[in-house]
Every structure is written in C-alpha cells, then in structure tokens.
Write a protein that binds this ligand. Structure first.
Ligand code: GLU
Length: 467
C-alpha cells in the first residue's frame, strides 16, 4: 500500500480561520496516525487577492497550534511553468482546445438560457474547431466528457454522483495565459502524490471536474473527504458576524493551543462520549471515517470549558510563559515582583482564559491604588484597624513560611480578638489585592512575600484610618 500523503492548501486571502485550522488539524492527525506525510501548500494563484501578510498570518496560526508540516510550504505561484506544461499536454492530446468566444457573447447566451429555464453552460461553440479566429485572444477549455456520470466515494459523505452533462468544458487557462484554480489543484495534488484530499465541503462541486482532469491526464485519482462546515449559533455559516474566527484572535484572547485543538477536533469528530483528548490521544484515535456528515455549531462556552480545563491542569511554568504577553499588554512587568509561577498557581483553578488570569494577576505586580469601597463598607472600621495592626505585628514576628502557617496565624488572630474568620481574612485580602475576589490568603501572601504583604497592609491601614 502506498504511504498516506495529505495536504492543507489554504488560499492566502486572509488569516487562518477556525474552519481552516480544523481542516489542517484533520489532515495533520491522519498523517500522524498513519505515519504519513503532511504537506503545506499555499494556493496563491489569485494574485489580486493573495497577500504576503496573509501567508505570514496563516503560518503564524499553524505554528501556534503546533501543526507542523513535513513538506512545504509550496507556493502555487512558483509552479506556473509546470501548469503550462500540463495545459499543453492536454491540448496536444486533443483533450483541451482554444476557445475564442468573447465574454459578452457568453454572457448573452447565459442570460438567454436562464430566461428559458435552462441550466447555463458552455454551448461548445469552439469545441470542434474555430476556424478563422487564429491570432485573436483565447482561453483554453478542457474537453469534458459529455455523457455518463462522474462519481466518487467520499470518505465522509458517501457516494456522490454528478451527471456529466451538468459539467461543461472548464476553462483551464485564461486569456492572459494564467492557469485556473481547479486545474492547478489537480496538477499539484497529482505531482505531490497526494493520496487523500481532506478539505471543506464547499469544494464538493469542484471534485467531479477535478476527477475528470485526473483521468484525462492519466493520474491516479486520490480519495476525497469533504468536511462539513462550521456554523454560528444561528446556524448560518460561521463568519466574523458571530465573533472572532481567526486562530490568532483566539490566542490573543487567552486560549491555549491545546484547548483550541481539542475543541476543533470535537467539532465534527467523535470517539465515544469522550470530550477531552490530549494530542497523543487525538493522534491515536483519529480516523476520518468518524467525522460526522452534518455541520457543527461553534460553541464558545464549550471552548471556554476546555480552556479552563487545560489552564487548570497545565504545567505552571508553561502557563506562566504563555501569560507573559497578556501581562505586558497591561503594562505589567514581572521584574522584581513575585515569582510568576507562584502567581499562576494561585490563579489556575478559576481562570477561563489567560486574559482573565492576567486581569487577576495584575495586583501582584502593582499594589492596589484604590480599594473596593463596597467590600470595605461591610466591615467595622475599628475592627479592621485592629485586624491590620495584629496582622502586621504577627507577620513581622512569625514570618509564616507556608500557606498552612498563614492559615494558622489567621485562626490565631480570629481566636485572640474573638472575631469570625471572615472578619479577619476579608479585610486583609482587600488590603493586599484591592478587592475581596482574590485567591486564598495563604497563596497571596506566599506569592507576595512577607515584606510586601506588610507594606500593603500598612498602606491599607492608613487608607482605612483616614476614611
Ligand atoms: N485553496 C482552497 C481553499 O482555501 C482549498 C482547496 C483544496 O483544499 O483543494 O478553500
């Protein structure tokens, strides 16, 4: 059996969107699962719409997700001579011909067909020769079979058949000599020896035309797997209207690549009732035949749930690294402040995204300049001052070395001053972080260090005393 070869073939006309990323992921997983080869090909034949920025954005998205490729990136724009060569082969074999029909003639015929209720298609004017037109501008059309049908067994959708009479003679080379999209795809897939084409199901209609080209050129026809669309919550095709669709936007919103990959793999693919898949499990279990036939709806809540899972269970050192750009964005530098890994550990249990985590991490590096008034208002001023004074004295004396020691100290204050735990812990939490919604006191104090803790309680004491 020949080795599996698959490819992801984005057109560089925008960023890498989640639908494209899922197609890339399915290709990548299948290659990893079968020990095959994953090729990246940039389909930039549409010179007007393709941009270098878009290529960069696509590569950046792929790299961030960790979808590494074995061959490429190949650029279609580098292969124009190759396409020309194959166009010529078809012409020489009589399987393609010059067509001199003018755009407005074709337009008029198309309109007439529509008026008469016929399906518009090229009427074959130049099919059997166009004498006397030499020297005039022409396109090259593929001489498509007119009878019979073209079918394929889609690995996801099952058997799909198109009657050949519905497929007219495709233009394979434009008047300016450039090859057209469907033709380039076939030449590339054939010469790159792609064995399975996995792509979005918006390409189903291109497939019979491409198969006819493979056959005319004597190339083996690959297998096809057309992946259903991703829809927004209103069941319309996912677009910007529904929110972020770019992979890099998800990175910037604080999602972990493993969470997005896990989310995307489950969007259309399943393995039992499992929801959480490590990369290794995905690779081991992935099979294109378990991709569903119907479109999937993008669900941000589920993505958040997975992201929270991966943040919670992530290696704190790695999470700290990933958190850094989100802190810089907030003007926060960790230099001279608490160890970011310790800070991360205090926040990992509750954050949905790294953005949320960054918001909550700011106070560790920037002492609060204001305090949550509504939270402070719940406590009696004299009691608060007593708690602050006692805490400052005890912290300086005991210097608790771990969370348990902090907890014991708080219990001691509570017992000695006959105050409920909440009346001790909450004001201190507000003093340290500015708000009552902060991680556990032991965690905060251990991350801040005793000296900084005492400084902050002193500052809050002054503030409360002056209220
Ligand atoms: N370049 C096409 C696209 O971005 C993909 C073509 C293919 O996979 O065959 O939609």
């Amino acid at each position: 059996m020949s080795q599996l070869r698959v490819r992801f073939a984005p057109s560089p006309t925008g960023y890498l969107h989640v639908g494209g990323a899922r197609t890339a992921l399915f290709n990548w997983l299948l290659a990893k699962n079968r020990g095959g080869t994953f090729i990246l090909r940039i389909e930039d034949t549409d010179v007007e719409r393709s941009t270098a920025e878009s290529v960069d954005a696509i590569l950046e998205g792929m790299k961030w997700l960790g979808l590494d490729w074995n061959e490429g990136p190949f650029y279609q724009s580098d292969s124009f001579p190759l396409y020309k060569e194959y166009v010529q082969k078809l012409v020489d074999a009589g399987k393609a011909y010059k067509c001199y029909c003018l755009a407005d003639e074709l337009e008029a015929k198309r309109n007439l067909a529509m008026q008469e209720g016929r399906k518009p298609k090229y009427d074959g004017t130049c099919r059997e020769g166009a004498e006397g037109k030499e020297g005039q501008p022409y396109v090259i059309r593929f001489r498509a079979p007119q009878e019979g049908a073209t079918s394929f067994d889609d690995l996801i959708k099952g058997k799909i058949t198109f009657p050949n009479e519905e497929l007219d003679d495709l233009i394979i080379q434009r008047t300016d000599g450039t090859p057209t999209y469907n033709f380039c795809v076939v030449i590339d897939d054939a010469t790159m020896k792609i064995t399975t084409v996995i792509r979005g199901d918006d390409h189903v209609n291109n497939t019979p035309r491409q198969i006819q080209l493979y056959e005319a050129l004597g190339f083996p026809v690959p297998k096809f797997a057309h992946v259903p669309m991703i829809l927004g919550s209103d069941k319309a095709r996912l677009s910007k209207r529904h929110g972020a669709t770019s992979v890099i936007a998800y990175r910037d919103m604080g999602y972990l690549p493993e969470a997005l990959l896990n989310y995307l793999v489950r969007l259309g693919w399943s393995s039992g009732d499992d929801e959480i898949f490590s990369l290794e499990e995905m690779i081991e279990k992935f099979d294109i035949s378990n991709v569903g036939r119907s479109a999937s709806v993008f669900n941000t809540e589920k993505l958040n749930w997975l992201n929270a899972h991966y943040i919670k269970n992530g290696n704190p050192e790695r999470i700290a690294d990933l958190l850094l750009p989100h802190l810089s964005k907030r003007g926060v530098t960790t230099l001279g402040g608490p160890d970011l890994m310790k800070v991360v550990k205090t926040l990992q249990q509750r954050a949905l995204t790294l953005e949320e985590m960054a918001d909550r991490a700011v106070f560790y590096y920037t002492p609060p300049s204001t305090y949550d008034e509504a939270a402070l208002a719940k406590f009696d001023k004299t009691q608060m001052l007593l708690v602050f004074d006692t805490a400052i004295a005890k912290l300086s004396e005991i210097k608790p070395a771990d969370e348990a020691a902090v907890d014991a100290m708080m219990k001691e204050i509570s017992a000695e001053k006959e105050l409920k735990m909440g009346l001790v812990g909450q004001p201190i939490r507000i003093a340290l972080s500015g708000s009552a919604q902060a991680p556990g006191l032991g965690e905060i104090i251990m991350a801040l260090g005793i000296e900084e803790t005492v400084t902050r309680i002193r500052k809050a004491r002054e503030y409360v005393a002056a209220r």
